[in-house]
Design a protein around this ligand. Sequence first.
Ligand code: ATP
Length: 345
Amino acid sequence: MAEIVIKGVAKRFDTFTALHSVDLTIADQEFMVLLGASGCGKTTLLRIIAGLETPSEGEVWIGGRRVDHLPPRHRGIAMVFQNYAVFPHLTVFENIAFGLRMAKVPQAEVTRRVTRTAELMHIEQLLKRYSGELSGGQRQRVAVARALAMEPDVILMDEPLSNLDALLRLEMRAELKGVLAESKTTTIYVTHDQVEAMSLADKISVMNGGRIVQSDRPTEVYRNPAARFVGSFIGNPPMNFLPAQPDGAGGWNVAGQRFDGPGVAKAEFAIRPEDLHPAETGLRAEVRVVEPLGPHTLITADVAGQPFRAILESDRPTSPGEVITLAPTPDRIRWFDPETQKAIA
Ligand code: ATP
């Protein structure tokens, strides 16, 4: 069992607070993605779990054991970083074997584990090659194989695919997901790429300004953002937001259109671009830009003076300057508190 529990972990660098009392539980064998913009504290949190950074406050538990006072090598974890430290002067075999040699694992066991993980990562034919001769994608596989060979309870990955080109990323992403599910490790994976996060994660923890804003299954994070920030960060293009005023009759006025909404004093209206469709009644949108995307067309419009995007079926031609009426799918409308920025249930 390698459940990871983070309790009230804070990190201050001099006067700057990189993490504000983070609480997070990652279940045994779960694939957790830490997602957020540059500087939000993802790497700092990962380094604290790894033992490469000391928390200013709080506790880290792995598999029921408190580890925040233990050195990295006693935590049962393996790591894969963005600038994967593969040694060019060593063969692929020796690179994968590196941690096992450090841990004085017997030769027969080293051979068994290196062969097995090389097969898992489809690099068994490269074992005798020097790592300096490999492509970026092959080196990335070696780095992952080296981590897997340790048969760790926990694997920590910090943007491991960010040095690969787009096609290779896609391929490695699918492969990683399969391999890690098979290896039964608990994984924490840091990325700022929301598509990567959605595709890999059992759960996503969205971070902003040193805090975890939401931690949930990808579909839940996408469909039901707990805060305005999550709706605006996840989704490409992101969620649309419009101001709303109570209409005095129990409903809300949004860009001149009446909607049912929550029974509160103030609220902001939100809808995802794909949850809109042309209709007789709805939001009046002046089309500014039309971008055909193949199966869909992305429309950037102006709704009540606000920028607003819709993803429409490609068979409904429209052009800049045209005024269209867009109806939001009722059960996809979300509401946020304009002050706290949190979702209103
Ligand atoms: P990125 O995606 O750019 O790596 P991140 O979300 O991983 O960003 P962190 O590397 O965790 O962000 O950094 C969080 C904040 O803490 C940043 O503002 C960073 O400048 C600051 N920080 C990180 N390490 C140190 C340090 N050793 N000394 C001072 N400030 C630091």
